[in-house]
Design a protein around this ligand. Structure first.
Ligand code: SF4
Length: 389
């Protein structure tokens, strides 16, 4: 199946209402399109015609967005990372999201620039180069901004981890002391509630976990009790997973991005040399050490993986206690995919996958918020939260 197509199932074809008519799916299978989910999917892919003072330009992983807080009805706001796109059909007036003259029922406000961005370390590094605000309350950093897989042909086609380094937006390696200093200020000045630490892959058998463990210990010494999620490839030596837990990390992300080996080879030539069995062993060890629903993986929609196989694979992840964080692929500036003209998936495909994965999560009693820290707890880059996952 090509990128952007939706299987011709009954559910998908019953879809009729557009934004504004409102409905909610429930029960054991999505009976018809939930308009809120489709609208949220369209916003994730087409973005919104609005500037955002807090942005995440380039960097590790698959998103490159402005940061917002989105609400629906009386529901309180949730973090939302959306492209800021002058050509988007979605506009914001009086704090509400409009599709043309149609009120979508969603509210949207920008995340204000945090105070800690104005600070600088004693050795002259701007705090903003060390860690960034994601959503309204998440501090995110890439501890090591280089990756052994970044040179072609190994490089993941959706990733720009070293571009932000070249542009001067960040520094190559953040010291534990720098991270502790920034985290303390971000919590004190800007009400940060949790922290995400990712890393480029390093050469040793720890794959970057050693640096993460040091960083976690330093941050927790400065801000005791701050929930922290660490993200890395499956360490060659699985004892690093215990080390990360013992350092004080609350949750861990071990991100496969795709489950189909052919898709993995095409999109992640370097990373796909780690076999899926290696991911499965790392996930199982992480669930054993961190507990269920403290472990997650990104799954990207739009890489050409068969949607129903992706949904079934997400179900198997849930069964082993791993939260599948379903996120749309977006062709960020600086990626190999954008260079090659590969587009984002159809919002309908994103809606289709998200709705079904959210249903499986609900059946298993798993929610992103219960991860306590990390991308699934933040939720901004995914539509899962809107879909009840
Ligand atoms: S989901 Fe993860 S990458 Fe996206 S804004 Fe939240 S913390 Fe950042």
């Amino acid at each position: 199946m090509s990128v952007g197509t939706v299987p011709p199932t009954g559910e998908a074809q019953q879809d009729t209402p557009r934004a504004g008519s409102g409905c909610a799916s429930g029960g054991s299978a999505p009976a018809r399109t939930d308009v809120r989910i489709l609208t949220r999917a369209e916003l994730a892919l087409h973005g919104v015609r609005m500037e955002a003072p807090v942005r995440r330009p380039e960097g590790a992983g698959p998103s490159d967005d402005g940061h917002f807080v989105m609400g629906s009805g009386s529901a309180d706001g949730a973090n939302a990372a959306l492209p800021t796109n002058p050509d988007s059909p979605y506009t914001v007036r009086d704090g509400r999201v409009w599709l043309g003259e149609e009120d979508t029922g969603l509210t949207l406000r920008t995340v204000r620039r945090p105070k800690f961005y104005d600070l600088t370390t004693a050795d002259g590094v701007r705090y903003e180069q060390i860690a960034r605000l994601h959503g309204a309350d998440v501090l995110a950093t890439t501890v090591v901004q280089t990756c052994i897989r970044y040179a072609e042909p190994d490089r993941c086609r959706f990733c720009t981890i070293e571009e932000s380094l070249r542009s001067g937006a960040t520094v190559a390696a953040k010291t534990p002391a720098q991270l502790a200093e920034v985290a303390e200020a971000a919590v004190r000045l800007d009400g940060v509630k949790q922290m995400v630490m990712t890393t480029g892959t390093t050469t040793g058998p720890d794959r970057g976990a050693r640096g993460l463990a040091r960083a976690v210990r330093a941050v927790l010494a400065a801000v005791p009790g701050l929930p922290i999620q660490v993200q890395c490839e499956p360490p060659g030596d699985l004892s690093w997973i215990r080390e990360l837990h013992d350092a004080g990390a609350t949750a861990i992300g071990i991100h496969a991005e795709a489950l189909d080996d052919e898709v993995r080879r095409r999109w992640m030539p370097g990373k796909s040399t780690v076999p899926m069995a290696g991911y499965e062993a790392a996930w199982d060890e992480a669930v054993r050490v961190f507990g269920p629903n403290r472990v997650s993986t990104y799954l990207l929609v739009g890489l050409g993986e068969d949607p129903d196989e992706l949904i079934a694979g997400a179900g198997r992840l849930i069964d082993r206690g791993v939260y599948p964080f379903v996120v749309p692929f977006r062709p960020m500036r600086g990626t190999l995919a954008a260079r090659d003209g590969i587009g984002a998936p159809d919002p309908e495909l994103l809606r289709y996958v998200t709705e079904r994965v959210a249903l499986k999560l609900r059946s298993a009693g798993m929610s992103g918020a219960d991860q306590k820290a990390g991308c699934a707890a933040c939720g901004a880059c995914s539509v899962l939260r809107t879909a009840g996952g």
